[in-house]
Structures are given as structure tokens and as C-alpha cells.
Design a protein around this ligand. Structure first.
Ligand code: HEM
Length: 456
């Protein structure tokens, strides 16, 4: 018994000494390097739990504002996921990060995210993103999107007829997800059949839950389920890709019908075709990026429309005008979308207040100085849409819903960043605008009332 007490005391002493040594090491490093102010928090976990908890409660900005006030600095250091991280909040910081992509910083994802999305090829994430981006403009630039507006309208009308009309009550977020997922399947993979879509829409929910959780890979944990779901979807996609290859060879599919055909038939700058596993990775990322954030935006649009009758009336008026100019059964076209100015301002105001992507990480690829503080190579940096959007300096009365902020020249550069910025800015930003606007149109006449359980 006495020996075990002695062992316990020894262990506690060693751990205490280790922690004290770490704290002194950090303090010395701070002084030598003039690192940004801040607290690296507890060893290993740092301030991750507080950061995640605020995110889960939908008030991540409070984590950031509290520290900005405490350190009197818009740049401060912390520790997330066992990594020292410098958080930047505000237009100057955003401009710095977005305009120094590939020069001083690179987009970075925590290691555990790579476990959910392991790469089929041995190249750097930067190279992979470059290859992916090569294939996207043909589908995602405004001119290319024009030909999809009719299809989007058709899918949207079908969705509303099936899921909303004559229903006393609906739960909006799951419906928004199934709607944007169906759209992505239709446009990226030409999959129209609902049983096929349903097969792998559910595993995507596991992936999203797994990304925003504590990354413990044990049977039954959300993180473990996310890894399994990602493997399952990849296997399904490989089957779809194999079938499409056959269909293309037999002339049963068109080379220009969707992103999948395009990826199979075009080669990259290096003269290499992508192999099937790599295409599966890219399509998985696109399906996730293409429906998850868009569904969050759509669901919150419905919430705000339901809560704010004057905003609803403004949107309704604009949509009725467009509707009157159409013949019965005529689908929306590009010009109609351009006319939806007020509706789009409403969508922007929703994304300002509730950005679907609260922020993202970069990694310092060299030592540099920012605001007089040293940033060591390898440290991570976090830009925050949510705290920039709630800064009263850029958006007076930030909690007030006011779409007129987007009239005229709109917000100042680098203050409205729901899609990020710089070379890694979201390539789907133009695409995301279309389902939002189609949704406004299809909701005509659906006077929405929100119940307590629907609002976050
Ligand atoms: C409201 C809807 C959307 C929002 C708010 C959003 C936001 C974002 C943000 C903030 C990033 C990270 C940018 C960065 O790190 O600098 C991103 C990346 C990305 N998004 Fe979106 N997104 C949306 C819709 C879409 C859609 C519809 C697609 C595809 C059609 C898409 C595809 C992607 C891809 C592929 C990336 C990774 C780009 C790269 O790593 O270079 N997103 N998105």
C-alpha cells in the first residue's frame, strides 16, 4: 500500500514538474520571439474544448471577442487540437491571410480530418486542390451555371411539391439537406433516382457530425462512424464511376453531361488522367462541399423569413413580379435569377449572421512577422468569418437583420467572407447562389411559421 502511495506521489511530482517546465518553456519562447499575446491553455487539449463548446452553442464569436478584449489585440494565440494557433479577426487579418496564400501561408486541415478523407494519391493537399480546381470552372463559373438553372428549378419545384405542400408542419433542416443533396447528385453525377440518392445521403450526416467532434477513433464514436461512412461512400462512388466509364465507352453517356464525365475524360496540366480512386475522393469532397453549407444557408433563410414578416413581404413581392413575367409552367432562367436582387441581399444577410462555414485554418509555411508579432513556421492560423461579420465597426448593430447592408457597394473588402477569400476561396460560391434563389421562388405562397423546436 505504502509503495503504491509512493508511486502515486512520484507520478504526480513528475507530471507537475513536466507541466511547470512546459509553461516556463513557452514563456521563454514568447519573450524571445515576441509571439502574439494569448494562452496556450492546458497541455495537449489547449483551449479546444472551449472553442468547440462555443461553436456547438452557435456563439463561436464569443470565444474570440472575449480574448480580443482580454489581450487588447485582434491577433492572439491559443491552442486547438494540440497545435499552437494564431487567431485573426478583422479585415486586415483576413486580407493578410487571403493575399498570402502559397507565399507565407497555406490552407490547412487538422490531421484528424485527413483520417476521414484519406487521399488516394501521394501529392500535397496544395497540389490536389490545384488539380480539383482545374476541373471545376467549366461547371461552376456563372456562364456554365446558366444551363443548369432550369434543372435546378425543376428539382426545387418537385421537392416543394413532395415535401412541403399540404403539410401542416415540416422540419426544415433535414429537408434542406435532402434538397441540396439531390441537386448535387443530379448536377455532378446525373443521378436522378431517389432510392439511389437515399442510399448514400445518410452517411454524409455521419461525416459532418464526425468533423465537428472530438477525434477519438473507437467503435461507436461519431469520429469512427465518420471514417466508416466516408469509406462506404467512396466504395459506392467507385461503382458509379466504373459504370459511367462503361456507359461512355458504349456511347450511352455524354462527355459533357456532368462533372463526373468531365473528370474521366480530361487530363490535368501534368498530362495525366485522374485515376478512379482520385476521382472518387474529389467527388466526395464536392458532394460534401456542394450540399452541406448550402443546406445550412437555405434552412436559416427559411428561419429568418418565418420570423421577420417585413423581410418576407419584400422577398414575396420580388418573386411575384418575376412569376408574373412567366408563362404557366415556364422554368426560371438566368435573367430571372439576376432580377432577384432583394432576395439575394436577404441570403447574404443570413450568411453574415450565420455563416455556414465559421472560419478555417492556414499553416505558416515560413517564419514571418504580423502586426509586429513573430509567427513561427509550422504554426497554424485561423481566420474567422463569424467574428468578422459581427464586428460593429464593419456592421453597425451587428445583431440586427438588415439586408440593405448589401445595397450599393455593399460591405467593405474582406469584411464579408462567408466563402473565404484569395486563391482558395470557395469555388462553389456562384453555384450556391442558385439553389438559394430557386428556393425563394418555389416557396411562393408557402407562408412559413416557425415552431420553437425548429429554431437554433
Ligand atoms: C452557402 C454555400 C457555401 C459556403 C458558405 C461555402 C463556404 C466555403 C468556404 C468558407 C470554404 C473554404 C475557403 C478557404 O479555406 O479559404 C469552401 C471551400 C470549398 N467549397 Fe464551398 N461553400 C458553399 C458552397 C459550396 C458549393 C455549392 C460547392 C460545390 C459545388 C463548394 C465547394 C467547395 C470546395 C471544393 C472547397 C475547397 C476549395 C479548396 O480547397 O481549394 N462549396 N467553401
Amino acid at each position: 500500500m505504502e509503495i503504491s502511495n509512493f508511486n502515486l506521489l512520484l507520478i504526480v511530482s513528475i507530471v507537475t514538474l513536466f507541466l511547470i517546465a512546459m509553461i516556463f518553456r513557452h514563456r521563454r519562447q514568447d519573450k524571445l520571439l515576441n509571439l502574439p499575446p494569448g494562452n496556450l491553455g492546458l497541455p495537449f487539449v489547449g483551449e479546444t474544448l472551449d472553442f468547440l463548446a462555443k461553436g456547438w452553442k452557435g456563439c463561436q464569436e464569443n470565444f474570440i471577442f472575449h480574448r480580443i478584449r482580454k489581450y487588447s489585440s485582434e491577433v492572439f494565440k491559443t491552442n486547438f487540437f494540440c497545435q499552437p494557433v494564431v487567431v485573426l479577426s478583422g479585415a486586415a487579418g483576413n486580407r493578410f491571410l487571403f493575399s498570402n496564400e502559397n507565399k507565407l501561408v497555406e490552407t490547412w486541415w487538422p490531421e484528424f480530418v485527413n483520417k476521414i478523407f484519406p487521399s488516394a494519391v501521394e501529392s500535397s493537399p496544395k497540389e490536389e486542390a490545384k488539380r480539383m480546381r482545374k476541373f471545376l470552372p467549366q461547371f461552376l463559373k456563372p456562364e456554365a451555371l446558366q444551363k443548369y438553372i432550369g434543372i435546378m428549378d425543376m428539382v426545387t419545384q418537385r421537392h416543394f411539391a413532395l415535401e412541403w405542400e399540404n403539410k401542416a408542419q415540416v422540419v426544415v433542416f433535414p429537408l434542406a439537406k435532402s434538397y441540396t443533396f439531390e441537386l448535387a447528385c443530379r448536377l455532378f453525377l446525373s443521378i436522378d433516382d431517389s432510392s439511389n440518392i437515399a442510399r448514400f445521403s445518410h452517411p454524409f450526416d455521419h461525416i459532418t457530425s464526425g468533423i465537428f467532434t472530438i477525434p477519438v477513433d473507437l467503435p461507436g464514436t461519431p469520429f469512427n462512424r465518420a471514417i466508416k461512412a466516408s469509406n462506404f461512400i467512396r466504395t459506392e462512388l467507385l461503382a458509379i464511376i466504373g459504370q459511367r466509364k462503361k456507359d461512355l465507352a458504349e456511347g450511352k453517356a455524354s462527355p459533357n453531361q456532368d462533372i463526373l464525365s468531365h473528370m474521366l475524360l480530361r487530363y490535368g496540366d501534368d498530362g495525366q488522367y485522374m485515376n478512379e480512386a482520385e476521382i472518387a475522393d474529389k467527388i466526395l469532397a464536392l458532394l460534401l462541399g456542394g450540399h452541406e453549407s448550402t443546406s445550412v444557408a437555405c434552412a436559416f433563410i427559411v428561419k429568418f423569413l418565418a420570423e421577420l414578416p417585413t423581410i418576407y413581404e419584400g422577398v414575396y413581392k420580388e418573386q411575384i413580379e418575376i412569376s408574373k413575367s412567366k408563362t404557366a409552367g415556364e422554368l426560371l432562367n438566368w435573367e430571372d435569377i439576376q432580377k432577384m436582387k432583394y432576395s439575394w441581399n436577404v441570403a447574404c444577410e443570413v450568411m453574415r449572421l450565420v455563416p455556414p462555414f465559421t472560419g478555417n485554418f492556414k499553416e505558416a509555411i515560413d517564419d514571418f512577422v504580423l502586426n509586429g508579432f513573430s509567427i513561427p513556421k509550422g504554426w497554424k492560423l485561423y481566420w474567422s468569418a463569424v467574428s468578422t461579420h459581427k464586428n460593429p465597426e464593419y456592421f453597425p448593430e451587428p445583431e440586427k437583420f438588415d439586408p440593405s447592408r448589401f445595397e450599393g457597394k455593399g460591405p467593405a473588402p474582406y469584411t464579408f467572407i462567408p466563402f473565404g477569400g484569395g486563391p482558395r476561396m470557395c469555388p462553389g460560391n456562384e453555384y450556391a447562389r442558385r439553389p438559394g434563389n430557386s428556393c425563394f421562388h418555389a416557396q411562393l405562397g408557402e407562408k412559413v411559421q416557425i415552431s420553437e423546436t425548429d429554431s437554433r
